[in-house]
Design a protein around this ligand. Structure first.
Ligand code: IPE
Ligand code: IPE
Ligand code: MG
Length: 243
């Protein structure tokens, strides 16, 4: 087993995004209910947040529940929401202590009142955190986000407060849930699926992609290090030519 390296003085990247997938399969392999996989998945979240802090990464975006996941069986949805509440309650003190700021993206109007309130409280409480911004994508879909942004732009244009001709990539992106969060440098997806599944469609236009067969509950510091090492070997060109 490779030794976990010390904190990098120079963070490997600014923004890491992760599609945390494979909880259900992890449970199935062990003949456990899917929710057991989700529970282990939450444990992985806390470990990976710690790792990101250790690496000096400033933004970590986690895909926790998609707009399409609303189509799952009600008991699974309820269990996931219960785990979310537990996570917020159990991590609150630690987040404040370590300067982790919570920011939620997605269509929160579809979440229950109690979840919305717990999230709003956690966001407010941790707002001064400057170490790491933990962006939790909940009830989130990239298409839905772009659609909501387009509707808001149309509303402001119709009201006369926005000049459509002044709109460009930069000003459009401010209408997205991610506001002025920088675009992800690296997007990791676990569990062997090679797709984006509607995550951060606009923001990942030039992100480096990393896919691993490891299931999310098994993802750990060592696997993260492998992904970061792979990222550091990439040559990003952004459509330009090498100099
Ligand atoms: C990812 O694990 C967590 C959520 C989507 C909420 P899955 O629940 O999708 O696990 P698999 O893909 O069925 O293994
Ligand atoms: C993507 O995983 C959503 C989350 C990780 C929250 P899914 O398991 O829902 O995606 P598909 O169905 O495999 O594309
Ligand atoms: Mg899945």
């Amino acid at each position: 087993m490779s030794k976990i390296t010390e904190v990098n003085k120079e963070p490997p990247l600014e923004h890491l995004a992760i599609i945390m997938d494979g909880n259900g399969r992890w449970a199935k392999q062990r003949a456990l209910p899917r929710i057991a996989g989700h529970k282990r998945g939450v444990e992985t979240v806390t470990k990976i947040v710690d790792e990101c802090v250790r690496h000096g990464i400033r933004f970590l975006s986690l895909f926790a529940f998609s707009s399409e996941n609303w189509g799952r069986p009600r008991p699974e949805i309820d269990a996931l929401m219960g785990l979310l509440l537990q996570f917020l309650a159990s991590q609150r003190k630690k987040m404040l202590r370590e300067g982790v700021r919570l920011q939620v993206i997605g269509d929160s109007s579809r979440l229950s009142q109690s979840i919305q309130e717990a999230l709003a409280d956690a966001e407010k409480e941790t707002a001064a955190g400057e170490t790491l911004t933990l962006v939790l994508a909940l009830s989130y879909g990239g298409r839905d986000e772009i659609m909501r942004a387009a509707k808001q732009i149309a509303r402001e244009a119709l009201a006369g407060s926005l000049d459509i001709d002044q709109l460009d990539n930069r000003s459009f992106s401010r209408f997205l849930d991610t506001g002025d969060i920088p675009e992800p440098d690296l997007l990791i997806r676990t569990s062997g699926e090679i797709r984006i599944s509607n995550f951060l469609l606009w923001q990942t236009a030039y992100s480096e992609l990393y896919f691993t067969d490891v299931l999310w509950p098994d993802f750990d510091a060592e696997e993260l290090q492998k992904a970061l090492d792979a990222y550091l070997c990439r040559k990003r060109r952004f459509g330009l030519v090498d100099v």
